[in-house]
Write a protein that binds this ligand. Structure first.
Ligand code: HAM
Length: 437
């Protein structure tokens, strides 16, 4: 697997015994954490009435290709195979859109779907950014009103709460692309509405490259957006608003975007999360398909990259060839939240989940040990059967550390009497029961 041009040189000077840069192996201790985190993703989504869906990790490249100059398109892992040009998914949203479009006539909207999937982006690596990551997505399709946004933001905070993160530790910065769109509608967008998406993609870089460089790109006559200096200055000015009141000053009287934002904040009050969701006009997001409210979650100290991001994308279905259907959702990565949990000391001490160990002293007692292990497994216990010639001392030592509850011991004496000895590690007590139970 390689990215575009580099395919001819791939393999040179690379050690096949190392995982490709930016990818991760998950050893048992890593999997325990991953499963713990994903269980929170799943239970939070379920508690909001969302259903899980999935799609192939490989799609036709054209599903992901967009022309707005987004980073994500340049970062695709893609390859040709039997005359097909395929790509690993970099995000879940296009696949979800494809699935919705395929059943559009047959579904009752709104639908609430969630996914937990691995995504591939050939990123320049920094802290919190890898070349593969898992993402929890929650999306609502078919609801045009901000009640959907409010539910999604509430789900995000439910997730943060369930991980043990205090409310003060997270901020979700929120804006509406609609505000910007309104302010440019009479000007540049009146004859070139298509420049809005690339314009947002450029603005999204403001934190990284600064206002001057953004202005330069916006005004570049070759750059696809080609604003006048006045229009660009207006855009930069609008981005500086840090409250709804400030934003309202830039908006037209009776602005629908401001009305929508106010309605959303009323709902967020009811969920008790409005204080954690500051308005910030500089948040526009780097993906072209967003059309309305957009938001990004950060650690309150803003020391890490975005934990999650999302927004409304009411025109994606149409853009991909389906019938129009409004949609809104978010993606929540596993990497940055993992770092935050580490920084905050919030990862629990997760042990292997073996409850019982069955140990035979010699080969003659192995059949009896198998009988005991099978019986316990049928009863729903998680049972490790000792293999080969394990040393009892080591087995007991490991069991103590791993949090195993009981060790079942069968020596010749027990076998002859048809019993198994049970050592309860917590109570430090020994009992016996028949081998057959
Ligand atoms: P995104 O902002 O590109 O949005 O990604 C969402 C989250 O995924 C980010 O906030 C970050 O936590 C994580 N993430 C993204 N790229 C990486 C990376 N290279 N390494 C580690 N973590 C990463 C989307 O993907 C949208 N499709 C989300 C969405 C769903 N919007 C509507 N519905």
């Amino acid at each position: 697997m390689s990215k575009g041009k580099s395919s001819k040189t791939s393999g040179k000077g690379q050690n096949p015994l190392q995982a490709p840069r930016g990818t991760r192996d998950f050893y048992p201790e890593d999997m325990r954490r991953r499963n713990w985190l994903f269980a929170h993703f799943r239970s939070t989504a379920a508690s909001f009435g969302f259903e899980e869906v999935d799609a192939p990790m490989v799609e036709h490249l054209d599903l992901f290709k967009r022309k707005a100059g987004e980073e994500i398109v340049d970062q695709l892992y893609h390859f040709e195979l039997h005359d097909r040009h395929l790509a690993l998914r970099a995000e879940m949203t296009p696949s979800i859109a494809r699935m919705v479009i395929a059943r559009q006539g047959a579904m009752r909207f709104p639908i609430r779907w969630f996914t937990v999937t691995q995504n591939w982006r050939y990123e320049r690596m920094t802290r919190g950014r890898k070349r593969e990551h898992y993402q929890w997505n929650m999306d609502v399709w078919g609801e045009p009103g901000v009640e959907a946004e409010a539910e999604l933001l509430a789900a995000m905070f439910t997730m943060f709460d369930s991980l043990g993160l205090d409310r003060g530790k997270i901020k979700v910065r929120l804006n509406s692309r609609g505000l910007l769109e309104e302010s440019l509608r009479e000007g540049v967008l009146s004859d070139r509405p298509e420049v809005f998406a690339p314009l947002c993609v450029v603005i999204d870089k403001i934190d990284k490259i600064g206002a001057e460089a953004v202005t330069e790109q916006l005004c570049d006559p070759e750059g696809g957006v080609a604003l006048t200096a006045l229009e660009a200055a207006r855009v930069i000015e609008i981005l500086s608003a840090r409250s709804l009141d400030e934003a309202a000053k830039f908006a037209a009287v009776g602005s629908p975007a401001i009305a929508e934002l106010s309605q959303l904040y009323t709902l967020l009050e009811a969920y008790g999360i409005a204080d954690q969701v500051p308005f910030d006009a500089s948040v526009v997001r780097g993906l072209a398909y967003y059309t309305g409210i957009v938001f990004e979650a950060f650690d309150a100290g803003a020391t890490l990259r975005a934990i999650a991001g999302g927004g409304r994308y009411d025109r994606l279905a149409e853009t991909l060839g389906g019938k129009p259907v409004p949609a809104v959702g978010f993606g929540f990565g596993d990497v940055v939240i993992g770092e935050l949990l580490e920084d905050e000391g919030l990862w629990p001490d997760l042990k292997p989940e073996v409850q019982d160990i069955v140990y035979a002293f010699g080969p003659e007692q192995k059949p009896a040990a198998i009988t005991v292990a099978s019986r316990l497994r049928r009863a729903g216990r998680r049972v490790e059967l000792c293999l080969g010639k394990s040393k009892l001392k080591r087995v007991l030592g490991d069991a103590g550390k791993a949090g195993t509850e009981r060790v079942y011991l069968i020596g010749e004496d027990e076998r002859a009497r048809g019993v198994v000895k049970i050592r309860d590690l917590a109570k430090k007590a020994e009992t016996e029961e028949p081998i057959e139970g």
